[in-house]
Design a protein around this ligand. Structure first.
Ligand code: SF4
Length: 359
């Protein structure tokens, strides 16, 4: 696999657009069926109140946005949402919780239950829960998780302008932990936060240098939300998105390139250009976590117009098995109950102790 330099990626990015799209489409056809696009659904299972300060995010508690905050969704709520998503052709459910990091507590056990529930519906289950340790990633894998999302967002250099509450190396550490648990990695970025083209290409260089490369790379266009520090940012042009998608496709040929946030501002023609340039997944549903998304029927109409077929679940990797783990299998949990716990006295020692006392 080629080791890309930032200069090479920059050169690709600036290639005349017809040549760039042609090159990306050629790579795309080598590794993927160009008429198949995966429909994924992003579900916010715990909304708002996040202690982090990501400048683009309306869920950060410190910004004054008017999102509705919600506690963790119940198993039944998630199951219903997953079944609805499946009914419109979605083969992947990504559950997001506005946490800095996963804690080993009852909430995490509940998320494990949610993962297990969605796995049973034969959907690819992805989670985005903030930073995870290797052990937590393993627990998620045992519960039947298919992928873990942790975006790099931007280049290491520009990252400091966007987030101050954690470092770039924390992001990479979580990705490494996810990989060690044999989960597939989903990691991408956001375009339009005021970063330079060099920042975009630097981020792609870091992602393309991972071994193995991420199985999934979401490319988001910033949705500037009132009340966040980036509220004044102007939307990026469709051509920047096409260039970003095409460049991603060329440097990560086997990856699923996901056209994510910001699709609402794109025409069908613009999205079709992105599919031609190598995007092979969209997020469906009226909301993407908290920001608006195209109506499901508009997406289905677009699929029909373009002759696209939704990609089935597990087309690229096997369905993960749910391990018979004690973490969430209450039947198999060790129960410490005093009445049933017989203590066998050490009779020989008791006799010996008696003799010692007599002396
Ligand atoms: S992007 Fe995630 S970590 Fe950052 S503020 Fe939003 S919910 Fe928190």
């Amino acid at each position: 696999m080629k080791d890309w330099t930032t200069e090479e990626i920059l050169k690709l990015y600036h290639t005349p657009i017809m040549d760039l799209v042609y090159q990306a489409a050629t790579v795309h056809r080598e590794y993927h069926n160009p008429n198949e696009v995966q429909i994924s659904t992003l579900l916010s299972i715990k909304t708002g109140g996040c202690p982090e300060d990501c400048a683009y995010c309306p869920q950060a508690a410190r910004y004054h946005t008017d999102i509705e905050t919600n506690d963790l969704m119940t198993v039944q709520q998630v199951e219903t949402a997953a079944m609805r998503a499946k009914a419109i052709g979605s083969s992947r459910l990504c559950m997001g919780a506005a946490w800095r990091n996963v804690k080993d507590d009852a909430d995490f056990d509940h998320v494990l239950e949610l993962v297990k529930t969605v796995n049973k519906l034969d959907m690819e289950v992805c989670c985005t829960l903030g930073m995870v340790t290797e052990n937590q990633a393993q627990k998620l894998a045992d519960a039947g998780l298919y992928a873990y999302n942790h975006n790099l967002d931007t280049s290491e250099e520009y990252y400091k302008e966007i987030i101050s509450t954690r470092g770039y190396e924390d992001r990479l550490k979580t990705i490494d932990n996810v990989r060690k648990a044999n989960l597939t990695v989903c990691s991408g970025g956001i375009v339009g936060m005021g970063e330079s083209v060099e920042d975009r290409c630097n981020m792609l260089k870091v992602l393309a240098s991972l071994r193995p490369q991420p199985e999934s790379v979401p490319i988001n266009a910033l949705v500037a939300v009132e009340g966040t520090p980036l509220e004044e940012q102007q939307p990026v042009s469709i051509w920047e998105m096409v260039r970003m998608v095409a460049t991603t496709r060329i440097v990560m040929p086997k990856t699923s390139v996901r056209l994510s946030a910001g699709r609402r501002n794109m025409s069908q023609e613009g999205q079709a250009m992105c599919f031609l340039a190598g995007a092979n997944s969209i997020f469906a549903g009226d909301k993407l976590l908290t920001t608006p998304n195209p109506e499901v029927f508009d997406d289905l109409d677009m699929f029909e117009q373009l002759g696209l077929k939704p990609l089935p679940a597990y087309a690229k990797h096997q369905k993960p098995e749910v391990k018979d783990s004690a973490i969430f299998d209450k039947e198999k949990q060790i129960k410490w109950s005093r009445p049933g716990h017989k203590i066998n006295k050490n009779v020989a020692y008791a006799e010996k102790a008696k003799e010692i006392r007599k002396k």
